[in-house]
Design a protein around this ligand. Structure first.
Ligand code: UDP
Length: 323
């Protein structure tokens, strides 16, 4: 029998690739997305790609909080992937109340419905939950340290961490099959530059020969992860019952300093752009605080699925720019 997967936030950047993957594996895919940051082009692309199987893809524009509707759809699903959430530092800083509400309310509603129908759920968390740790490699059981509540950036980490607490409590109290994946800077082709993410922004600036806006000192680093590899990990984790009740890092191999990233993108695009260093308080505001490092330990991921994301930053950037 064909299996059904419900993907909340499925019209977003990760959703596009994940829906594609599940369709390619023969699933019926149902996407629930309010298109607040998702993009109808992603749905149109999937409809065209799977034209012969177009009945296997359904999309409804709606908030996840539409409870009656959500329950009806979860009842029909074999599993749920909960991606819907506030996207990008820019969104968090500009619309903190809406971001917190959507992170917390949507997750609660999805969990309640999954519990009612006993459906496995993947919760997309973020490396942001590690906060300001200066450890060279983040392990899932590490302690976390955040800035004060005036620095609104931490509201995102806090709301995602609270979501994680909720998800894990549904596992502990109700034996609901849950997996929490902490995603490390997922990137790839078709990622929008509208929400502040560094790689699409640098590409857009470089291709238009505009200044490359490096924030802070540029010495802060991130570990970027190819979106297709991330989706493969999510798929494999959900196929393995040993993942249930676990928090798992999903991230690439090696971090890179943002200044070095800027230089790589200028070189790769043969751009005339100059690097411009912009202090954080000009780039965002005084309520912003950055973290210096973000590098995952992928030991646990490897133990569970015998695989980890392999592409390095050069391979990822080349993939983004390829036609
Ligand atoms: N960043 C930058 N210039 C930009 C956008 C972002 O230097 O135009 C920096 C940002 O300050 C952070 C890093 O790049 O240190 C990654 O930012 P992004 O918003 O992509 O992800 P996150 O901070 O959530 O890891």
């Amino acid at each position: 029998m064909t299996k059904n997967v419900l993907i909340t936030g499925g019209a977003g950047f990760i959703g596009r690739y994940l829906s594609d993957l599940y369709l390619s594996k023969g699933f019926n895919v149902f996407i629930l997305d309010n298109l607040s940051t998702g993009n109808i082009q992603n749905i149109n692309y999937l409809k065209t790609k799977y034209i012969k199987n177009k009945n296997r893809l359904r999309f409804v524009r709606s908030n996840v909080e539409n409870y009656k509707f959500l329950r009806r759809e979860i009842k029909k699903s074999s599993l749920v992937i909960h991606l819907a959430a506030a996207v990008g530092v820019k969104t968090i800083l500009n619309k903190p109340i809406q971001s917190m509400k959507s992170n917390l309310r949507a997750t609660e509603k999805v969990l309640e419905s999954c519990k009612f129908f006993k459906k496995p759920i993947f919760f997309a968390s973020t490396s942001e939950v590690y906060g300001k740790s200066n450890k060279s490699s983040f392990v899932e059981d590490d302690d976390v340290t955040y800035g004060c509540s005036k620095k609104i950036r931490w509201s995102y980490a806090t709301s995602k961490l609270l979501d994680e607490f909720m998800v894990l409590s549904y596992f502990n109290e109700y034996k609901l099959p849950v997996v929490v994946g902490r995603l490390f800077n997922t990137v790839g082709k078709h990622q929008s530059s509208n929400y502040g993410m560094v790689i699409p922004r640098f590409f857009s600036q470089a291709l238009n020969n505009k200044d490359i806006t490096v924030h802070g000192t540029g010495k802060q680093s991130r570990t970027f992860t190819d979106v297709e590899e991330v989706c493969e990990c999510i798929y494999l984790l959900m196929n393995n019952k040993k993942s249930y009740g676990e928090v798992v890092n999903i991230g690439g191999k090696k971090d890179i300093m943002i200044l070095n990233l800027a230089n790589k993108i200028v070189k790769l695009t043969k751009s005339k752009s100059k690097i411009k260093i912009i202090p954080y308080n000009q780039a965002y505001s005084s309520i912003y605080e950055d973290m210096n490092f973000r590098n995952p330990s992928t030991k646990k991921l490897n133990k569970l699925i015998k695989k980890t994301p392999k592409l390095n930053i050069d391979q990822i950037l080349k993939k983004i720019i390829s036609s």
